[in-house]
Write a protein that binds this ligand. Structure first.
Ligand SMILES: NC(=O)c1ccc[n+]([C@@H]2O[C@H](COP(=O)([O-])OP(=O)(O)OC[C@H]3O[C@@H](n4cnc5c(N)ncnc54)[C@H](O)[C@@H]3O)[C@@H](O)[C@H]2O)c1
Length: 254
């Protein structure tokens, strides 16, 4: 690139993003973030969010654990837009109960969504385009470390063993595809957020206990991921691949 002008770096007007989990807490933020940069956003989710973002947002109801559905929707997007520039694998399931109560359905749903869903998407992309793309997987601090069970009360949503296992798998899958797709000008990276504040799902005691464990003394906000999203989606960072960036206020370093 000859002119490294900030306005060029931030110009996403001709780019198309495919984002899974677009109706979720982070999905809504990520959609709006890229829409504000001028990007077209295809939001793939099992559930439709009522709020309408912009004329550049296109919702597609898809269960990413279903290979056929995933492949068909990617084919449709590629045909319409000619190219897919960015893929963000954000959809996930986390059965937030004690592991002793875990049933087969929850185990299957978590693996099928978090691991197989991510593979389905990358496989579908490989078949229809193969090259020139920035893939960002969303991991979690619980793919890197265990939850501290002392901070959970009886009614709190405990991050599950299968969720953590699936997120560790995502970090590894990131490395696998980073190597495999490197010759096609595709970089594959992972963002692993710490706990994001959610006043509907978390109570005050939990928020306080979690925050006390974080050196920065607060839970994360969706905005905390902004620059990582920009970094990993930029063509200026093609030399960065297979990485897992933990964004957690220091939660995993102590
Ligand atoms: N919120 C956090 O504290 C936090 C922390 C670390 C990592 N993460 C990760 O960030 C990502 C987004 O988290 P979030 O808080 O927005 O989650 P969320 O539960 O609010 O949203 C997840 C979305 O994925 C969708 N989804 C689930 N299964 C699907 C399937 N089979 N096909 C299509 N869509 C499906 C859901 O309908 C939902 O809209 C997830 O990968 C999550 O593991 C979140």
């Amino acid at each position: 690139m000859n002119s490294l002008k900030l306005k060029n770096i931030l110009d996403y007007n001709n780019k198309t993003l495919v984002l899974t989990g677009s109706s979720g807490q982070l999905g809504v933020y990520i959609s709006n973030f890229f829409l504000n940069l001028g990007c077209k956003v295809y939001g793939l989710d099992k559930v439709k969010k009522k709020s309408f973002y912009s004329k550049n947002f296109f919702f597609k109801k898809v269960d990413i654990s279903n290979e056929k559905q995933t492949s068909e929707v990617l084919k449709y997007i590629k045909k319409k837009e000619k190219k897919i520039d960015i893929i963000i694998n954000g959809a996930a399931y986390n059965p937030v109960t004690h592991f002793s109560k875990r049933n087969k359905k929850e185990l299957t749903l978590t693996s099928n969504t978090n691991i197989i869903g991510t593979i389905n998407l990358i496989k579908a992309f490989y078949k229809i385009q193969k090259n020139n793309c920035k893939i960002i997987n969303i991991g979690s601090v619980y793919g890197v470390r265990s939850p501290d069970f002392k901070i959970y009360g009886k009614k709190d949503r405990i991050s599950s063993e299968i969720y953590g296992g699936s997120k560790a798998a995502i970090i590894q899958i990131t490395k696998y595809f980073a190597v495999f797709l490197s010759k096609y000008n595709v970089s594959v990276n992972c963002i692993s957020p710490g706990g994001i504040l959610n006043k509907v799902k978390q109570n005050k005691t939990f928020i306080k206990k979690y925050s006390n464990k974080v050196p920065i003394k607060r839970m994360g906000k969706p905005e905390d991921l902004s620059m990582a999203l920009l970094y990993f989606s930029s063509e200026l960072t093609n030399y960065t691949t297979g990485q897992n960036l933990v964004i957690d206020g220091g939660f995993t370093i102590c």
